[in-house]
Design a protein around this ligand. Sequence first.
Ligand SMILES: [Zn+2]
Length: 183
Amino acid sequence: MTTHFWQTPNRKWFSLTKTCSKCKEEKSNIEFHNDRSKSDGFYSSCRQCTSKAAKIYRTAPHYKEEHNKRNRKYYKGTRSKQYRKDPVHYLFMVAKQRAKKNGLEFSITENDIKVYKICPILGTQLDVLTNKVNTSMSLDRIDNTKGYIPGNVAIISRRANLMKRDCSIEQLQKIISYMRGDV
Ligand SMILES: [Zn+2]
């Protein structure tokens, strides 16, 4: 076997061939990915074995979980960016998706959304920079039993929306009575 040498920028001499740690074949250095952390500057396994291992890794269940987690994080980032750009349009689009998913009527256009600068319920200034805080804008169905139909939508604070979301008027009144110690 003839051994060829070449000079790397860090002035060390290395063999032009290398034996793959996986398939044990002796291959030319160009058959290996570069890896600056290795003393000879190359991956220990050849490109073929590396890509084979990567394919197997990607089909492993824990990989899918990790991958989805990363994607969700990215998706969240773009969501808050979209909100900042045009909150009303963003809330309109999100509501449309939600309505489709939950089988709710959706017959509004963006013009049907009543926009306030402050929450009409709590009186707090509405936040246009982030969609994740209590004071963020939130698209509310005024009557929870009805869908997104003209006259039934308004922008209120996220806090107010979360409080009224799952309750009927009667249930809210019962909660108030309870909190006042009437019950
Ligand atoms: Zn190999």
